[in-house]
Design a binder for this molecule. Structure first.
Ligand code: SF4
Length: 383
């Protein structure tokens, strides 16, 4: 398939909504000025040293962190691998609680969530840090740093809820970096939004211990997991991570009935084979169910993979075709504006339900959670 034509009028709509980047798509981690001013930014430096959850004493002032599968054993005055959790006199602290380094108003489709309140915005924020090291990270300036290396702002969970109310956003998204390593903040934001009748979305690598994920499930509205590949080799060599715990997280989310979508960034020569797309689809269908949406997203050279070319559109189309043939109901193509895989189709009658251009919803025909034509129930959070 050749590069899809982008209709000029559709592009203008997308640009007007901010859903298509017209300059560098990399996250501008300086805080969005209008949002920042509106939120009355707090002091722009400093660490929070908030008591951490999910750890246990390992004796002699040592600590074992139980938040993610790295299970760091941390000596007094040291930090774990993520660099944002510190042992002080045998007690563990998170240094990034209430200290976001980026805040934006994004279309919810940009996360991407395609089955969560289409056409709405999400107050999106990140605190510094990550627990793995992807060579293709698009936000490495805030994920692969220590909190002292970026400007942060004092924002309580309540002030995030207030921002969502002020900007008319039904959701708050913990995104951009890796929310797992700031889970205490995520939890309190999610609890505050839930109390306010809003939802918190977590955009994560899924590299988290089941105990912590279970706790978060009690307050989160929906989760998007980056399933970066289907082999341990890929996770080890490209991410310094592990695949198995991510698959376990996905199983847990579905068991807890948390709305979950999956994104795979398809990188030429590394995770782009037809066989890998087939294995991913088979895992999703068998372990999670065919209604879990999967997004195959186009890679562009970034961070430490500057020498790898952009993904051919034909590769993404093939991955989508394979996943649909394997029985998945909702398979999308991302980062290719105008591709038919931007849209949602009814798995029953095959009619188009939601028409999108990239991250902008142009038309939503779903009526009371059902296809208006064949009346099939369409899973998601629609209202
Ligand atoms: S969250 Fe950070 S400190 Fe805890 S185990 Fe993971 S990398 Fe280590």
């Amino acid at each position: 398939m050749t590069e899809p034509e982008l209709h000029r009028r559709q592009l203008l709509v997308a640009l007007a909504s901010g859903a298509v980047a017209i300059c560098c798509p990399r996250l501008a981690f300086a805080q969005d000025e209008s949002l920042g001013a509106s939120l009355e930014s707090g002091p722009a430096t400093g660490l929070s040293a908030h008591p951490a959850r999910w750890w246990k004493s390992a004796g002699e002032l040592r600590i074992e962190c139980e938040l993610c599968p790295n299970k760091c054993r941390v000596a007094d005055r040291e930090r774990g691998t993520c660099g944002v959790r510190e042992n002080r006199d045998g007690k563990y602290y998170t240094l990034v609680y209430g200290r976001p380094c980026a805040m934006h108003i994004d279309p919810v489709e940009k996360k991407p969530f395609f089955h969560v309140l289409p056409g709405t915005t999400a107050v999106s924020l990140a605190a510094p840090g990550c627990n793995i090291q992807c060579k293709f990270c698009q936000n490495w300036e805030i994920s692969q740093v220590r909190p002292e290396q970026v400007q942060t702002y004092a924002k309580s969970p309540e002030s995030i809820v207030e921002a969502a109310r002020r900007f008319g956003s039904p959701t708050v998204a913990c995104t951009y970096s890796e929310p797992v390593v700031w889970s205490e903040y995520v939890f309190d934001i999610a609890a505050a939004t839930k109390k306010a009748g809003l939802r918190t979305l977590m955009v994560s690598n899924g590299f988290i211990e089941p105990g912590a994920m279970n706790d978060l499930c009690g307050v989160l509205g929906a989760v998007k997991i980056d399933l970066k590949g289907m082999t341990e080799k890929f996770y080890k060599e490209q991410c310094v991570g592990k695949l198995a715990p991510v698959l376990d997280t996905l199983r847990l989310l579905v068991k807890r009935q948390i709305w979950t979508e999956i994104v795979t960034l398809v990188i030429p020569g590394l995770n782009d084979s037809e066989q890998e797309a087939r294995e991913l689809a088979r895992f999703v269908k068998k372990d999670l169910g065919p209604d879990v949406p999967v997004h195959f997203t186009r890679f562009h050279p970034s961070y430490r993979l500057q020498n790898v070319p952009s993904t051919p559109v034909s590769t993404l189309t093939r991955a989508r075709d394979v996943a649909i043939a394997e029985g998945l109901h909702y398979v999308y193509v991302g980062n290719v504006p105008g591709h038919p895989g931007n849209n949602t189709y009814c798995p029953g009658c095959k009619k188009m339900l939601i028409r999108r251009i990239s991250m902008t919803t142009l038309e939503n025909r779903i009526k009371s959670d059902h296809c208006p034509d064949c009346k099939r129930s369409i899973p998601g959070i629609w209202s």
